[in-house]
Ligand binder design. Structure first.
Ligand SMILES: Nc1ncnc2c1ncn2[C@@H]1O[C@H](COP(=O)(O)OP(=O)(O)OP(=O)(O)O)[C@@H](O)[C@H]1O
Ligand SMILES: C[C@@](O)(CCOP(=O)(O)OP(=O)(O)O)CC(=O)O
Length: 398
């Protein structure tokens, strides 16, 4: 008997223009467009296997070996249901196709980084699920069409259906059919973009993005200014900066938008604080590096948590690594995947070390560093990499 299964991996993306606020919470339609850089799956990824079988009694999902419930009408359910309907339409149009849309599906997924820690696991996780199931069903839909489905799993997930530089167009239609992701530029267009993730905390965050952003929509007058007056111009400006490979403009816009997003969090009632003293100290170091360099050579950005992501071009990463390692010594040793000689990097003359506490931060204020770069979109993997065993149950990972 034939086995119907597929495995795919999907990347994390970190926004430069932040999505914060929904105009429709059920369909996940945002109050503003957003733009992100997709990070390299060689370092951060979610991998998901899916398998359809007549013997399965219900749809089931195991995340990092632990079963998660697929609630009816919940976000996961909505994504699975949408893809199943597309498969059903194909089966109705072509009687030669196996009727696998009638079978239940088992999913096993693994994130190779902390889940629910502000490292965008919901984005890569939902994108991997959609990519895997679309392969299982041999769907002809384009990545933009698949992004319509991933969006309903978690808004930011729609951007993980593409590699490179990705915009999520907010759209205007009430049914959400034009609220989708599209590529602004490929990874190959500007491959020198590197990112350093400073893990300040890998604990589950206090206020989830989902609930935090709706509180902002309900209470923040500043959000109205942001979505109407600020973001539309920034979307155009950063897209132009990316097309022209203008890092200075890219960096200025990215930092300002991160600060604008955290300002609307503060303008929320009661206020939401995602940054902590360590986050603010990373901001001070990057601002001082840029001042001393005479132009922006690095850009910080923060999602709904204290972890910093620093974008910089490959040539400047040794300087960034030198400063971060010097002022924020970690407990875990830095893996240095690109074998960069950061110890002997020249930090711009005149860098004022007074921007950080004397002697730097205590060990572990930044727990670990992940050095990565712009990456590709979802990958289809071989059956040999399946996370499900012959019985369609999750394999135990070592
Ligand atoms: N690989 C995966 N497959 C399916 N669902 C996943 C996967 N990884 C994460 N999720 C879902 O996403 C949830 C975590 O999302 P949450 O938004 O809380 O954290 P985050 O994505 O790490 O942070 P943020 O989106 O704010 O950067 C998990 O509890 C799980 O339900
Ligand atoms: C701060 C952000 O990371 C918010 C991400 O929010 P989510 O996509 O996690 O929210 P839901 O749509 O409710 O699942 C900014 C961004 O990624 O654009």
């Amino acid at each position: 008997m034939a086995t119907y299964q597929a495995t795919a991996s999907a990347p994390v993306n970190i926004a430069c223009i932040k999505y914060w606020g929904k105009r429709n919470t059920k369909l996940i339609l945002p109050t503003n467009s957003s733009l992100s850089v997709t990070l390299d799956q060689d370092h951060l990824r979610s991998t998901t296997s899916s398998r359809a079988d007549a013997s399965f009694e219900k749809d089931r999902l195991w995340l990092n070996g632990k079963e998660e419930e697929i609630e009816r009408d919940g976000r996961l359910w909505v994504c699975i249901d949408a893809l199943r309907k597309w498969r059903q339409e194909m089966e109705q149009a072509d009687s030669g196709l196996d009727k696998i849309s009638a079978y239940h599906v088992h999913f096993a997924s693994h994130n190779n980084f902390p889940t629910a820690a502000g490292l965008a696991s919901s984005a890569s996780g939902l994108a991997a699920l959609v990519a895997s199931l679309s392969h299982l069903y041999s769907l002809p839909q384009t990545p933009s069409q698949l992004s319509l489905v991933a969006r309903q799993g978690s808004g930011s997930a729609c951007r993980s259906l593409f590699g490179g530089y990705v915009a999520w167009r907010m759209g205007e239609k009430e049914d959400g059919s034009d609220s989708l992701a599209e590529e602004v530029a490929s990874r190959e267009h500007w491959p020198e973009m590197h990112a350093l993730i400073c893990v300040v905390s890998d604990a589950k965050k206090g206020t989830s993005s989902t609930s935090g952003m709706q509180r902002t929509v309900q209470t923040s007058p500043l959000l109205q200014h942001r979505i109407k007056e600020v973001v539309p111009g920034r979307m155009d400006d950063i897209s132009k900066a990316i097309r022209e490979k203008d890092f200075e403009s890219f960096a200025k816009i990215t930092m300002r938008d991160s600060n604008s997003f955290h300002a609307v969090c503060l303008d929320t009632e009661p206020p939401i604080f995602y940054l902590n003293d360590v986050s603010r100290s990373v901001i001070a170091v990057v601002e001082e590096l840029n001042r001393a360099a005479g132009k922006p050579i690095a850009a910080y950005t923060f999602d709904a948590g204290p972890n910093a992501v620093i974008y910089t071009l490959e040539e400047n990463m040794p300087k960034v690594l030198n400063l971060i390692n010097r002022f924020f010594p970690q407990e875990a040793s830095f893996a240095n995947p690109f074998k960069m000689d950061w110890q002997s990097a020249q930090v711009p003359e005149g860098f004022n070390t007074k921007v950080v506490p004397e002697g730097g931060w205590e060990k572990g204020a930044v727990k670990s560093l992940i050095h990565t770069r712009v990456g590709d979109g979802p990958r289809k993997l071989d059956d040999g990499e399946s996370l499900l065993n012959e019985d369609g149950m999750p394999k135990t990972l070592n």
